[in-house]
Write a protein that binds this ligand. Structure first.
Ligand code: MN
Ligand code: MN
Length: 321
């Protein structure tokens, strides 16, 4: 049993619709906080969407994710894992971005995560658009390239946008591979679909050895078979998990900027994460929830439900080390 200080507020002590919302009702411990040295898994908001090229809004994601996360209870319904008892988890607050300056915002995010990683804390991020993953990887992969399991409708591997712009939410993993943050042969992208500008991203993936599993293949082979292959690709070395909410069918997750029809349902959305149990996971994110397009709040609730599954992976990993 971890320290009582690090337990979420029980719905039996304070009804879940009451109180100040933190991620999963955990204590808020900022980087200057007295107990930061005891945190093992840190939940962090990156309220920033300046990499968005079409419909915006994920800058409002962390606040909505925190609000909907008050629905999350302490025990995983499928696996029985009780992450808050395994390790000390806390809400480390938000990184303060500069919404008018992409480079400055990325530097701020990396500076924040450098301190998290140096403190031995495994980061779980609620975004933010998918460009947030790049400055996070600059911290997580500081010691050398990591593998990645990437759930998304899109590869986010494009070279550039608008005739040369390097940093958008369609380019983070192209930059991460160029910068040596990801080992492309240990990257698997699952769920890719939708209309496209061209095949430049897929050609790059093929050239560097990124494994792309399009949605047609995912449904033809089935979830278990695909996830077995994903585990083999990343192996036992350090692996990051990046989860774009648009991986899920927009019938279940409409509140996102770049929806693509014909995706997995909300059960599969959770099940694919459970299949990653036991891997050497060094961090994870859930990005691209856009509250202005999420009229019912269902997308944010699904988003934090995915975050809880990711948290269970990170807690089991942190408990082993
Ligand atoms: Mn994405
Ligand atoms: Mn996407």
């Amino acid at each position: 049993m971890s320290d009582p200080f690090f337990q979420p507020i029980s719905g039996f002590d304070l009804p879940r619709f009451a109180g100040v919302p933190t991620f999963m009702r955990l204590p808020h411990v900022d980087l200057e906080g007295a107990r930061i040295g005891e945190v093992q898994v840190g939940l962090i908001g990156t309220p920033w969407d300046s990499g968005t090229t079409n419909r915006p809004g994920p800058r409002h994601g962390p606040r909505q994710l925190r609000d909907m996360s008050t629905m999350i209870r302490a025990q995983n319904g499928a696996t029985g894992v009780r992450p808050f008892e395994l390790v000390n988890c806390a809400d480390l607050g938000d990184v303060a971005p500069n919404p008018a300056d992409i480079i400055d915002s990325m530097e701020r995010i990396t500076a924040f995560y450098d301190r998290v990683v140096a403190g031995g804390i495994l980061p779980l991020t609620g975004g933010g658009d998918h460009l947030c993953s790049l400055p996070i990887l600059r911290s997580v992969a500081k010691a050398g390239p990591v593998g990645m399991v990437h759930f998304d409708s899109h590869t986010d591997l494009f070279k550039d946008y608008f005739g040369g712009t390097q940093y958008t939410h369609g380019t983070p993993f192209r930059r991460a591979i160029e910068e040596g943050l990801l080992d492309p042969k240990r990257v698997v992208q699952i769920g890719i679909r939708g209309t496209a500008y061209d095949s430049e991203d897929r050609d790059f993936a093929d050239a560097v050895g990124v494994r792309v599993i399009p949605i047609e293949e995912y449904f033809a082979r089935g979830l278990d078979d695909v996830m077995t292959e994903a585990r083999e690709i990343v192996g036992e070395a350090e692996t990051y998990v990046s989860y774009d909410i648009d991986f899920i069918d927009p019938a279940f997750a409409p509140g996102t900027g770049t929806p693509e029809v014909g995706g997995p349902n909300s059960f599969e959305a959770l099940q694919v994460v459970r299949k990653l149990r036991g891997l050497n996971i060094v961090g994870a994110d859930l990005v691209e929830v856009s509250p202005p397009f999420d009229q019912s709040g269902a997308t944010a609730f699904l988003g934090v439900s995915v975050m809880f599954e990711l948290l269970c992976l990170l807690a089991e990993k942190a408990a082993k080390t």
